[in-house]
Design a protein around this ligand. Structure first.
Ligand code: F6R
Length: 596
């Protein structure tokens, strides 16, 4: 996820662009840059926060241009990889949010024709492609280039010889037009525009737009004009940054379908997972902390089920000081931030033991990437709320990809199995959306159960760690005491605590342990505990044994942790809202834990 903002009008563009860009910093902040067309095209960019760019900017005159704040996906965060990117003539500048999937093939073709590339980004292939089509009309050249590019994008482009024009386009990445008198704007998100206008037009997928001081023209990719009525935005600036949601956490929970889609993009068809090779691996150890550890625990079940490879999960803080057996598993280190001290320590320990290491992180160029042999990125976009939500879901998606790749390489999956699993993965965004569509129902259940002092979560098999994660979410943001148990363990001790005052949240979807979980539900109901179950849609039997059910669409059990976790995230969120807690910044916690 990156942020872009463009301007064409009568004022000096630079302060307007910088102001807009700062409002988009939540979308990424590893590097930033501006392109302004005045008497010539001027481009300034650097690694680091927008403030760093601002501190070194000369006074650039010009009333057309754009700015970009980056959250790296291809190519490490660095000055050369920062946007804007320019073509060989130095006359076209481009900023991009998204991923150009066929960038490698485009680059090879363009380099063979003599284009000189300087960065490792996917975006640079697009600016050279536009250059190759340029015959005096930037809009036309961009349209032709976009017919060849595959992937997701919101782009802005300017040409030194076309002052007063910014060309934009969108496919699967947001782009909104701001309408002003004698000036017009483009941005990734409304907050960048609100200071200047509240009249906006949304650009839709596979559409292009040209803004000038006097007007706005939207066309489809074939060049046909599109007419659309402007809308008036009534949000405050702060509301707008949260996309209209009350908290970043809620916004991020709702971004799960997109995080799944982006994380799968370009990887599923041929199972090309960023150079990950599974040869010679006979067992896997998954190591992480907190929420990421719960993803690791689920990963064990995913790998064993899909790839039939022995797998185990361990807390990073324990692994780094344990003796460890003499075998050499592949060690998979999972960390959203890529900066968690315990996980980095565990990565060093794994290498010391002679193990191959694979990192899973959401942050390009983070410290983890320097400690492991190979890195696979989740592409969840930046996560601002302290509680991990969409990044956890994206971690699971990467684990499915690894399992499919290993299953294919190890021959444990036939063609039909592979195709079926791939289709099921592709449909997960829809399954999750179905859960999100039940938000009102989950809010009502939160009101019913959310006043308890203690809440138990139970689950078995792959949904035991899902219960652990549900309980962690609840305690960290609502401060209600919540404990999760493998449902079969209740009778070995915790059952002593179960009373009519302790609601039990039971994950009881159709999986290999469904019947056993139903028996465990019987054990807690017999002690008078109210039970809220997460069950498979249409399971009428379950409804007879519990007080309430959140229905989860029917999917193969190995994928059930994804929708169930989203439902539990929403439940925790609604309980915390009920108690008016500081949801995005819970007490005593930090987004990235860089101390032991
Ligand atoms: C809880 C949460 C934390 C993190 C943990 C590890 O919602 O987010 O438990 O999962 O601090 O962080 P990363 O994944 O950055 O290593």
């Amino acid at each position: 996820m990156c942020g872009i903002v463009g301007y064409a009008g009568g004022r000096n563009a630079l302060p307007i662009l910088l102001d807009g860009l700062k409002r988009l910093e939540y979308r990424g902040y590893d590097s930033a840059g501006v392109a302004i067309v005045g008497s010539a095209l001027q481009v300034v960019k650097d690694k680091g926060f927008i403030a760093n760019l601002e501190a070194q900017l000369p006074a650039i005159a010009g009333s057309t241009g754009f700015a970009h704040t980056r959250w790296a996906t291809h190519g490490a965060p660095s000055k050369v990889n920062a946007h804007p990117h320019v073509d060989c003539t130095g006359k076209i500048a481009l900023a991009h949010n998204g991923i150009i999937e066929n960038f490698a093939a485009l680059r090879e073709k363009l380099e063979a024709r003599g284009h000189r590339f300087v960065s490792q980004t996917d975006t640079e292939s697009l600016v050279h492609l536009i250059e190759s089509y340029y015959e005096g009309d930037l809009e036309d050249a961009t349209r032709k280039a976009l017919h060849e590019a595959r992937g997701s994008y919101a782009i802005l482009a300017v040409h030194a010889d076309e002052p007063g024009r910014v060309v934009g386009a969108r496919n699967e990445s947001p782009l909104v037009i701001g309408l002003g008198p004698d000036e017009n704007f483009l941005a990734s998100d409304v907050p960048a525009l609100l200071r200047y206008t509240d009249r906006v037009l949304y650009v839709m997928d596979k559409e292009m737009v040209v803004i000038t001081p006097k007007g706005v023209a939207i066309k489809d990719l074939e060049g046909h004009a599109v007419t659309r009525e402007p809308q008036r935005i009534t949000w405050s600036l702060e509301d707008a940054e949260k996309g209209g949601f009350d908290h970043f956490m809620l916004k991020e929970i709702h971004e799960a379908p997109k995080a799944i889609h982006e994380t799968l993009l370009g990887r599923l068809a041929n199972l090309e997972v960023d150079g990950f090779l599974s040869e010679g691996i006979t067992s896997v150890k998954l190591v992480a902390c907190g929420t990421s550890y719960h993803a690791a625990m689920i990963g064990k079940y995913i790998l064993e089920e899909i790839a039939r490879i022995p797998a185990s999960a361990e807390l990073a803080s324990e692994y780094r000081y344990s003796q460890g057996p003499t075998d050499r598993p592949l060690v998979i280190l999972i960390t959203q931030s890529g900066e968690t001290a315990d996980t980095l320590g565990a990565a060093r320990e794994a290498r010391r033991r002679g193990c191959k290491t694979l990192g899973i992180t959401n942050i390009l160029g983070s410290s983890l990437t320097r400690e492991v042999d190979t890195t696979l990125y989740t592409r969840a976009g930046i996560e601002i709320a302290v509680a991990g939500t969409k990044t956890f879901i994206a971690q699971l998606i990467v684990l499915y990809l690894i399992a499919l790749k290993m299953g294919q390489d190890r021959g444990t999956l036939g063609y039909d199995d592979l195709d079926r699993l791939k289709d099921q993965l592709r449909s997960l965004p829809r399954t999750v959306q179905n859960v999100l569509d039940r938000s009102a129902e989950i809010r009502a259940l939160a009101a019913k159960y959310g006043n308890a002092r203690d809440i138990f979560y139970i689950g078995r098999h792959a949904n035991y760690p899902v219960a652990l994660e549900g309980a962690l979410k609840l305690k960290e943001i609502s401060y209600i005491h919540a404990e999760a148990y493998a449902a079969g363990e209740l009778k070995h001790g915790p059952l002593a605590l179960v009373t009519p005052q302790t609601p039990v949240i039971a994950v009881a979807v159709q999986d290999p342990t469904y019947d056993k979980v139903r028996s465990n539900i019987g054990e807690v109901s017999a002690r008078g505990a109210p039970v809220l179950a997460l069950g498979t849609s249409g399971d009428r039997e379950l409804a007879k044994y519990v007080d309430d059910v959140i229905e989860i669409p029917e999917i193969p059990w190995v994928f059930s942790p994804v929708p169930v976790s989203v439902a539990l995230q929403l439940f925790a969120y609604e309980v915390a809202r009920l108690h008016d807690c500081p949801i995005d910044k819970p007490r005593n916690l930090a987004k990235s834990v860089t101390v032991e």
